[in-house]
Write a protein that binds this ligand. Structure first.
Ligand code: CP
Ligand code: NVA
Length: 288
């Protein structure tokens, strides 16, 4: 694997290797990326991705250079291709959060150094690796688990996690309206009625109803997705030891209620912490 743009870039064996590396590198300061510079480019806001990657790079002894898209010449119309041709001569890897997944594909086609997807309109593989790692951590293994996604099924985070879960044979159910179905090819079941979908769930997963870049559709989305809100009534219908995941940031009161996100089944902050641990392994695997 040279780049990480999609969960499809990783095999089951690659993911298992990432998890072993995660355990090995967790909470350790190393010199594995000594002398390496990594550009972090952001076309959209970020808290977790930006800080966890910066800390991950520092913990591996490397140097992170954070760049805001609009402060680069990209914001004034320099092409993604020309920017990549220049950056690859300076840095040892490019981590980029973009609106259009196509921009990452353009970067990866040109770049001799690894390009890592830090979220696009289509996928969020770094999030999905932390999610699956969290599921494994909490459930001890990934066998015989049922995961239910509620809300906007055509969402970047869901897309990557569905692809990851498929590789490990999880029973995947997506509960969403007809016009919000996932856009990735994978084996999953659609159960439109959320009360029906969550029965016997081991994992409940939701994400925002309005992703970054979809703000003009806000009113419509909130109305159409309202009935998929992850609330305590739905949690009660799942298994007693169900875990609740959300990539964050959450819009409390929209896709998830505060009592659920703060409740005893929620593992969202461990999940956020795991971004740091898994990203160290991703960097190690691509750069070492
Ligand atoms: N989950 C996630 O990617 O968060 P940020 O948008 O804060 O980076
Ligand atoms: N689906 C969300 C994820 C944020 C981490 C978005 O794209 O805004």
């Amino acid at each position: 694997m040279k780049h990480l743009l999609s969960m499809n870039d990783l095999s089951k064996v690659d993911i298992e290797k990432i998890f072993r590396l995660t355990d090995k590198l967790k909470n350790k300061q190393t010199n594995d990326l000594k002398g390496k510079n990594i550009a972090l480019i952001f076309q959209k806001p970020s808290t977790r991705t930006r800080v966890s990657f910066t800390v991950a790079i520092n913990q591996l002894g490397g140097n992170a250079i954070t760049l805001n898209w609009n402060e680069l010449q990209l914001g004034r119309g320099e092409t993604v291709e020309d920017t990549t041709r220049v950056l690859e001569r300076y840095v040892d890897a490019i981590v980029a959060r973009v609106f259009s997944h196509e921009d990452l594909v353009k970067m990866a086609k040109i770049s001799k150094v690894p390009v890592i997807n830090a979220l696009s309109d289509l996928e969020h593989p770094c999030q999905a690796l932390a999610d699956l790692y969290t599921i494994k951590q909490k459930k001890k293994n990934l066998r015989r688990l049922k995961i239910v996604f509620l809300g906007d099924g055509a969402n970047n985070t869901f897309h990557s996690l569905i692809l990851a879960c498929e590789k490990f044979g999880l029973d995947i159910v997506v509960s969403c309206p007809n016009n919000y179905r996932p856009k990735v090819r994978a084996k999953y079941k659609i159960i439109e009625d959320p009360k029906e979908a969550v029965k016997d769930a081991d994992i409940l997963y939701t994400d925002v109803f309005v992703s970054m870049g979809q703000e003009t559709e806000q009113e419509k989305r909130l109305k159409e997705l309202q009935k998929y809100q992850l609330n305590s009534k739905l949690v009660e219908l799942a298994k007693k030891d169900v875990i609740v995941l959300h990539p964050l940031p959450a819009h409390r009161g929209q896709e998830i209620t505060s009592d659920v996100i703060d409740g005893e089944n929620s593992v969202v902050f461990d999940q956020a912490e795991n971004r740091l641990h898994t990203e160290k392994a991703i960097l190690y695997l691509l750069m070492k």
